[in-house]
Every structure is written in structure tokens, then in C-alpha cells.
Design a protein around this ligand. Structure first.
Ligand code: CA
Length: 345
């Protein structure tokens, strides 16, 4: 599917979106509407996929794009942005907040990472394609119509169905030291227990979209396990407000002045990740927050179908703190079991 979609516009999304949008982004006030993604199918010949969107604006000022549901099975951000649309009024702000609570809407409604329509993983489809299937059309719309209007893109992720994180904010490392400083300040402003700088954002992600437009992008990994974590949801709600305060869109409140300290960390290359060495049932030896050493056993793969077969160990490739762990017990070779983070400086 990706190969089909990558062709027509050379992957750079040449051409204008075919997604309809009734929002006037330059108008003051609060507008809540549905994007219209044309989708002509057997049960609905002239139908469209209706994707909720909101724009709350009060005069000139910076613009925050707050999005969630980029992966449909990451829920804390979806709750926070849905509540934000109902709660935030133009009088509360100076500037503009654009909210896209269920970015890959078909995936969000299915509670899946990827779209059930075209199997698209939205965060691997940027810059998208206006003539592609729905997921590619959505990423093209986000990049050309929303990222282009924003100063800061806050993309609220969690670990999804297969991973669980210590609630974190993350930014991609930049060669431009000034840009990296601004990004780290944003990550600290969010106020999650951990903030980390990632070596690779990837050009097919919302990070890539932001970098192409010269905009600042803050991501999160708020929890996961295909559930709604109570703490993680609170970090999502408070974090959006703190980013608005940091940007000067909202006045500083207690949320910001008394915010928890963020532990700034790095997530580097392949050696930060630990993968299943065989298919079976994974018995973990480490948990979130543990400090581990290079060469330490991360756990073993057990073979319930053949108790005589010795378990196969998985090893950590470097020292670090366990920031993320796999949730389901059954594994296949190549599944990510853990990833680590190391303290900055
Ligand atoms: Ca995600």
C-alpha cells in the first residue's frame, strides 16, 4: 500500500488537498467542525469520513497545533484534546489553538495503531499524498494545511497496545544548537517526569513535517498498554496547558509555576533497544525505571510448547534506565522488548 501511495506526487504531496474544511483559521472565536475526506464506497456512494477539528482564536499571537490519535490505540492524548475542545474558550487565550483529537480517525475509531481502511500508519506517511488512500490524504492535509499554520506542533502519543512508557515528552535532536535548546525548553515546559532527546525523528513522521516547515515539534509517550493511564492522562491535560503558557498563548498559572521537574535524558541509536531473540513467551527480568548494565539479561524467551528446550536470553546492549517495555507476553523474533534512556550530560 505504501509503495502505491508514494508514487503519484513523488512523495512531496504536490497538489492541493481534497479534504474539505469549513474552518476559517483567521477568524476569532471558537469553531468546531468536521473535515470532509471524500470516501466513496459501497455503503455510501457520496459519503465522506468526518474528522473532528477545532480552532480557538483570540487575536494575533502564536499558534499551537495540538493533535492526538495519530496512532488510534494511544488514548490519553485523545481524552485530553477532546476535553480541551469543550473547555477552552477564546477569552482564555491570546493567539490560536488548533486541535485535531483523532488525527487518523478510522484508526482511532477502531482502537488500532493503523487504519483498518488502508492499513496506513499515519506517522509513517508524511508528507502524504492528496490523491492517496485516506491515511495518506490525512498526513498530506496535516502537513500542508495545519503544520504550515502552527508555531508549535504538539503530537500526543502513548505506547499503544504493545508498549508501556514512563510518561515522557520527546524532541528530535537538531544540528542547530539554538533549535535544540528551544525544543528542550518545550519538553521541560510540558512537565512530564521524563523528557528525552531522540536521535532520529524520521522524515515520514510529524517530526519530519515540522522540520520541513521549520516549526517546533514536541511529541509525547504518555503511557500505553492500550489503556488510559490516570497519571498519563493528567500529564496530557496539564502538559497541553503548560505548553500554551510556555508559548505565551495563555497566562502563567500554578500548573506552570509549580510544575514537576523533568528528568532530561537521551535516547540514542540501536544499542538503546532490546529485541526478542526468538519466538515464544517472554519472561522479563527488568521493569520500568530500573537502571541496567550492558550485558545484563533483560529476560528470557521460554518455550511452553517444549519444556525441554532451554530458554533463550535477551541482553541489554548498554547501560541505561528502562523507559519503555513491551506489554504482551508472547513475542516473535524482532519484537521490541525494552528501550533505554540515559541521563543528559
Ligand atoms: Ca505512537
Amino acid at each position: 500500500m505504501a509503495a502505491i501511495n508514494a508514487t503519484a506526487n513523488g512523495g512531496m504531496g504536490g497538489g492541493k488537498t481534497r479534504i474539505g474544511c469549513e474552518i476559517d483559521f483567521d477568524a476569532d472565536g471558537k469553531q468546531v467542525a468536521w473535515l470532509k475526506l471524500p470516501f466513496s464506497v459501497h455503503r455510501s456512494a457520496y459519503g465522506h469520513i468526518a474528522i473532528p477539528i477545532a480552532c480557538i482564536r483570540n487575536g494575533k499571537g502564536p499558534t499551537l497545533l495540538a493533535m492526538s490519535g495519530n496512532h488510534g490505540d494511544e488514548y490519553e492524548g485523545q481524552i485530553a484534546t477532546t476535553k480541551l475542545i469543550r473547555d477552552l474558550e477564546p477569552k482564555d487565550i491570546k493567539g490560536r489553538v488548533i486541535v485535531l483529537p483523532a488525527a487518523n480517525f478510522p484508526a482511532a475509531m477502531a482502537g488500532m495503531r493503523t487504519s483498518p481502511i488502508d492499513q496506513g500508519n499515519l506517522n509513517r506517511t508524511f508528507p502524504g499524498d492528496p490523491d492517496g488512500t485516506p491515511t495518506w490524504m490525512i498526513s498530506h492535509f496535516i502537513e500542508t494545511e495545519l503544520v504550515s499554520r502552527a508555531d508549535v506542533i504538539l503530537d500526543l502519543h502513548s505506547g499503544g497496545s504493545s508498549l508501556l512508557y514512563i510518561p515522557s515528552a520527546l524532541v528530535a535532536v537538531s544540528k542547530d544548537k539554538g533549535r535544540t535548546r528551544k525544543l528542550i525548553a518545550l519538553a521541560e515546559a510540558f512537565g512530564a517526569p521524563v523528557g528525552y532527546v531522540n536521535v532520529g525523528g524520521g522524515d515520514r513522521t510529524s517530526t519530519g513535517a515540522a522540520e520541513r516547515a521549520g516549526k517546533l515539534r514536541l511529541g509525547t509517550e504518555l503511557g500505553g498498554a492500550g489503556m488510559v493511564g490516570i497519571d498519563a492522562k493528567k500529564f496530557a491535560e496539564d502538559g497541553i496547558r503548560r505548553v500554551m503558557e510556555h508559548m505565551g498563548i495563555a497566562p502563567k498559572s500554578k500548573l506552570t509555576t509549580a510544575k514537576p521537574k523533568t528528568r532530561m535524558m537521551d535516547v540514542g541509536g540501536d544499542d538503546y533497544y532490546c529485541y526478542a531473540p526468538d519466538a515464544g513467551l517472554f519472561e522479563p527480568y527488568a521493569d520500568l525505571g530500573d537502571m541496567v548494565k550492558k550485558g545484563q539479561k533483560a529476560g528470557v524467551v521460554q518455550f511452553v510448547d517444549n519444556p525441554l528446550r532451554p530458554p533463550v536470553p535477551a541482553y541489554f546492549q548498554r547501560d541505561g534506565m528502562v523507559l519503555c517495555k513491551r506489554v504482551p507476553g508472547r513475542v516473535e523474533r524482532g519484537d521490541c522488548l525494552f528501550h533505554l534512556a540515559t541521563d543528559r550530560d
